[in-house]
Design a protein around this ligand. Structure first.
Ligand code: AMP
Ligand code: GLY
Length: 431
């Protein structure tokens, strides 16, 4: 009998729900745990309530649960070095870990470091300069050399809020001063100012062991709360995979100019990297540029991407963590997936929660990933966050998948449910 692997997934959102869903189907799986998880992961794995920022607790749980492999969902523990702990602590060395150490996680943890890395390896990205506390006047001088809109980025992690794009030069000048004066705490004690790039964004994901890499299905996410990409930014309102404007010729450029020099650059700098790299890209007239790196999968892209992977994700994760990814083959379905995020009306501003969710059992066509849900005292699933559920449908093409997604979403009911009605519509012109 082949070895079975006990797996721990760290995190509690839609992304982790999708990771758990994929891993739960693996013939290699022993026991599956999610820390802390949510009611959706609770159906496919055993949820364990612990704080993933508490590395001592996480490592002792990994030992107690006889984990064979730990998969990190979000970036924060990676940026804070959980990967190094698992790889260096003698008591944990038999447990595989998916996710980079602190050095590799700088790709996401420091925008300045990522920009310098791209410069060193000739990876296409926007022109930039970075400024520290005390350099406010120099920063404003640099802004004056640029054309609007102005892109200002806090160097460190700022819970997804650290990028500010402004059209007015005076507003941009006061924003950069506010950032350097601690608007985002220590995350904005350095600020990257960069050229604004015009084009269409997409998300490309690889799994790497530091030598080989595997390109996962690409996706486009929908960040604005309202149809037509209007209204405030959110954590993500939906995603589509594949991306019709990312054809073979474009993806070849992405691989040659961006993926290979990134993986090769990490290796040549002696930075071991076993985990996911998320390339936030923009297509400027057919040429790919890097907007940002993330050291994790995207949310809600993961919910659209993983259902298209037909091969065994757990097998790929084990191979990446063991440094033998070259032997693995990914198999991807040609079907199109569309993910719609059902939110609490009012999000990303104020919203009410605690509403009973109905209709989940009547969905035949869709995969439902939980995000902001919890179980009420009387055992019902209720809303508990802004982004409540990510619902994915696979179809034979974009219009088929989107049509069936909206049928499924119409069967889900809770007070103040809100979702975008136009997911994928902007992509039809590329078909
Ligand atoms: P990030 O937090 O780095 O994902 O940035 C948030 C969003 O800001 C990105 O998804 C883009 O939509 C936008 N953005 C960031 N940098 C640029 C840039 N140089 N040009 C145009 N848009 C950008
Ligand atoms: N969907 C973008 C992200 O996960 O950062």
């Amino acid at each position: 009998m082949s070895k079975k692997y006990n797996v721990i997934v760290l995190g509690s959102g839609g992304r982790e729900s999708a990771l758990v869903w994929s891993i739960s189907k693996s013939p290699l799986l022993g026991k599956l745990y999610t820390i802390p998880g949510n009611p959706g992961t609770g159906k496919l794995s055993i949820n364990i309530d612990a704080d993933i920022r508490d590395f001592k607790k996480i490592s002792s749980l990994a030992v107690e649960l006889s984990a064979d492999i730990v998969v990190a969902g979000p970036e924060e523990p990676l940026v804070n070095g959980i990967g190094d702990l698992f790889r260096e602590d003698p008591g944990l060395k038999d447990i595989l870990f998916v996710g980079p150490g602190r050095k590799g996680a700088q790709l996401e943890g420091s925008k300045q470091w990522a920009k310098e890395f791209m410069k060193r390896h000739d990876i296409p990205t926007a022109e930039y300069r970075s400024f520290g506390v005390g350099e406010e006047d120099n920063a404003v001088d640099y802004l004056n050399l640029l054309q609007p809109p102005y892109v200002l980025k806090a160097d460190g992690l700022a819970a997804g809020k650290g990028v500010v794009i402004l059209s007015d030069p005076d507003e941009a000048a006061s924003e950069v001063r506010a950032m350097l004066h601690g608007k985002f705490g220590s995350a904005s004690s350095r600020v990257v100012i960069e050229q604004f790039l015009t084009g269409t964004e997409l998300s490309v994901f690889v799994l790497t062991d530091g030598d080989s890499y595997m390109v996962l299905p690409e996706a486009k996410d929908y960040k604005r709360v309202n149809d037509g990409d209007s209204g405030p930014n959110t954590g993500g309102m939906g995603a589509v995979s594949p991306v019709p404007f990312a054809g073979a010729a474009f993806m070849e450029k992405v691989e040659k100019r961006i993926i290979m020099p990134t993986v090769g650059g990490l290796r040549s700098e002696g930075i071991p990297y076993r985990g996911f790299i998320f390339f936030g890209l923009i297509n400027c007239k057919g040429e790919p540029y890097v907007i940002e790196y993330n050291v994790r999968m995207g949310d809600p892209e993961t919910e659209a991407v993983l259902p298209r992977i037909k091969s065994d994700l757990l097998s790929h994760l084990i191979a990446a963590a063991e440094g033998r990814l070259a032997n693995e083959q990914i198999e991807i379905t040609k079907a199109t997936s569309v993910t719609g995020v059902a939110t609490s009306g009012g999000y990303p501003g104020n919203y009410q929660k605690g509403f009973v969710i109905e209709g989940l059992d009547s969905l035949e066509d869709a995969i439902v990933f939980h995000s902001g849900t919890k179980v009420s005292d009387d055992g019902r699933i209720i809303t508990s966050g802004g982004r409540v559920l990510a619902v994915t449908v696979l179809g034979t093409g974009l219009e088929d998948a989107a049509g069936r997604l909206y049928k499924s979403l119409s069967l889900i009911n809770y007070d103040n449910i809100y979702y975008r009605r136009d997911l994928g519509k902007d992509l039809v012109k590329y078909l």
